[in-house]
Design a protein around this ligand. Sequence first.
Ligand SMILES: [Zn+2]
Ligand SMILES: [Zn+2]
Length: 212
Amino acid sequence: MLHYHTHPVTAFQQNCSIVWCDATMEAAVIDPGGDLDELLAEVERRGLALQAIWLTHAHIDHAGGTGELAARLQLPIVGPHPGDQFWIDALPQQSAMFGFPPAEHFTPTRWLQDGDTVTIGRETLTVRHCPGHTPGHVVFHAPQIDRAFVGDVLFAGSIGRTDFPQGNHQQLIDSITQRLWPMGDQTVFIPGHGPESTFGRERRSNPYVGGT
Ligand SMILES: [Zn+2]
Ligand SMILES: [Zn+2]
């Protein structure tokens, strides 16, 4: 069975999730934006073997710790979609602008495309490309536990910002309505910031995408 633990990291309180297969105790970390020692202590405390880094997108609060963590533990970096290459290239400027520790450069071991799958232990998640907040944003869907790790696409009561370079509001709305809603109203999503919610609740009450 797939399990997860969400640990907010960085001054932005970004919801980094550690996901693992309880049959093998192998784990992946989604969006290690920073606070690596806290994350690794959590991995250790749960007796997990960290195998991979998965990225939803390359904003500093999500990807800032990736290069250092990958180098420290020799981990593969999976994702995001190639549309975010320019955000990876801009990590040094993002670090400086937001007062983060300098982010180490990295190159993804494997880029992700819509419909790809990622596996940890005996558990497989499906990748959906959800551009709009960033052009290369992906989400990870775990239907076996009705969960989706959606980064900054959708929040409880809100949606991702689209006022960054290559942000696109209509694309974001389309990503939410055409790629997230089909996962089902019962699906609990873990957003990049703030509390969890369900797609059903957001379809009813989210002021940006309610009634869609
Ligand atoms: Zn973001
Ligand atoms: Zn974020």
